[in-house]
Design a binder for this molecule. Structure first.
Ligand SMILES: [Zn+2]
Length: 494
């Protein structure tokens, strides 16, 4: 009898412990791309963000270093893989093979390192990943993936989910911020966000999961478009704070549904004003490093550039619409910014539009390349805005100094951080090196943050690259890169 009692107590204890372990093993992550910590703090002071305020009161905040180039596919891929671009091989929205000059839009298959959800899947854990960059085509994992940008269409794994998403009106991305009138942009942004949150809530309830990640990109988009309106307190001046409040509400709904489990909120970079943008390829032409082929096509394009209509065409919205029609074809056909560059005669070039790095032609020997890297760096340090006489670049870095990994060789040789009020683009403009009167009035600021609830941080500062290792360690998995190099020391623990 006594033996039986002990036996039952033992069984109950195991069941109970099992239950506790299962609950405490879950991790819920919300990405809020480009959220500015300063703005959050000032809105909290006005009691406008109750849910984030509560998270910060109960939790801890960590500073995050971002990534270079400071663009979303790069930052979020570092978050997803726990490695730097020299290992994961993603260097921008567009990238090129510096040996063949072939330019392409990267896809999930171009990421050279395993994502944390792939590793979790291999360990039998179930992850739900919504709207993450470079998840097209969606990987077949033990879990669910709804692809984010860049993707040619709505895509999900398992595929059966696609019909359901379509029915619910789920959108991959809100209308492009540059060429959509502000009211139309805003209503589409709210609709897209609401449906994304609703889909997340539904999957949280209907699916079994160990890790849940949903990325909201709207804060980034609205800030690109309306940053100046906010600073100038114009007609649309309240729209960014209003959208932060909306995101706060959605965070409240999601963490309410998640229950009392560990939570991470991650912003990959901050935000600031941009007044003028510097066209790098144009500068490289002026300095004699980049040569265009003397073809009739280039002649016509030059004329178009002069009237600046082409610049409009290569802005975000059209860029993606046009490119993704071609994505189903060979990567070589997804050419971007094809200006018939004469690569035989070109010494340096960029091959992306947003915040691009500079490639030094691989045709030249190492000594010459080295000399050019130094020469261009010195010249860029001296580039100033002729109107204000202030420098355009805050930092000019060599990828070989800040990256490590076998794909560093494919990265741009020179990476740039612009000074406040400026951004750098890879375009050509013959109306001057600096383009002003921009429709895009906000740009990325280096450095993000992370809020932890129910987790103990091990330092006050961290990098986006530290997160994947920490997530894996949370699930008891030791992170190791594909070449056997150990992952970072986790930055938080249970
Ligand atoms: Zn952005």
């Amino acid at each position: 009898m006594r033996f039986k009692l002990i036996f039952f107590v033992f069984i109950f204890a195991i069941l109970f412990m099992g239950e506790v372990t299962a609950v405490s093993q879950k991790l819920f992550i919300i990405g809020i791309e480009g959220a500015s910590y300063d703005l959050i703090v000032s809105l909290m002071k006005e009691d406008k963000l109750p849910n984030l305020s509560k998270l910060l009161k109960d939790g801890k905040v960590l500073n995050l270093t971002s990534e270079l180039p400071l663009v979303s596919p790069v930052t979020w891929t570092s978050f997803a893989t726990g490695v730097n671009p020299g290992r994961h091989g993603i260097f921008g929205w567009q990238q090129c093979d510096p040996y063949t000059y072939e330019t392409y839009i990267p896809l999930s298959s171009d990421i050279k390192e395993k994502t944390f959800w792939r590793i979790l899947s291999e360990h039998g854990k179930k992850a739900i990943i919504i709207n993450m960059y470079l998840t097209y085509p969606p990987e077949e994992v033990n879990g669910t993936i709804i692809s984010g940008m860049p993707s040619p269409h709505l895509a999900a794994y398992p595929k059966s989910l696609e019909d359901e998403l379509e029915k619910e009106g789920y959108k991959l991305e809100a209308k492009g911020y540059v060429d959509t009138p502000k009211d139309e942009f805003l209503s589409d942004l709210y609709d897209t966000t609401e449906k994304r949150a609703r889909t997340a809530l539904k999957l949280m309830r209907s699916e079994k999961w160990d890790l849940f990640f949903v990325l909201f990109t709207g804060i980034d988009r609205i800030q690109h478009y309306l940053w100046k309106d906010m600073e100038k307190n114009s007609k649309y001046g309240e729209e960014i704070p209003r959208y932060y409040q909306f995101i706060d509400e959605k965070i409240g709904e999601l963490i309410g549904q998640a229950g009392d489990i560990p939570i991470l909120i991650v912003s990959d970079h901050g935000f600031r004003r941009v007044e003028k943008r510097f066209h790098l390829n144009h500068w490289l032409i002026e300095e004699g490093y980049l040569k265009l082929k003397p073809t009739p096509k280039n002649f016509v394009k030059t004329l178009l550039l002069k009237t600046s209509t082409f610049i409009k065409k290569i802005r975000l919205n059209d860029l993606f619409l046009n490119l993704f029609k071609k994505l189903g074809k060979k990567p070589s056909e997804t050419m971007v910014l094809n200006f018939d560059i004469d690569y035989e005669k070109t010494k340096a070039f960029t091959c992306a539009f947003y915040e691009p790095g500079i490639y030094i032609n691989k045709r030249m020997n190492e000594d010459l390349r080295e000399k050019l890297i130094n020469e261009i760096t010195q010249k860029l340090k001296k580039v100033k805005d002729p109107e204000s006489d202030v420098p355009i670049f805050k930092e000019i870095r060599r990828s070989s100094e800040i990256y490590d990994g076998s794909f560093t060789d494919l990265s741009p040789d020179i990476l740039l951080v612009t000074e406040k009020n400026y951004s750098a683009v890879g375009g050509f403009t013959f109306s001057g090196l600096l383009e002003s009167n921009l429709k895009e009035t906000g740009t990325h600021e280096y450095g993000g943050f992370m809020i932890l609830k129910g987790l103990r941080p091990k330092s006050k500062n961290a990098s986006l690259e530290d997160i994947a290792t920490s997530i894996l360690s949370f699930f008891g998995i030791k992170a190791e890169h594909s070449d056997g190099v150990p992952g970072f020391t986790p930055i938080f623990e249970k």
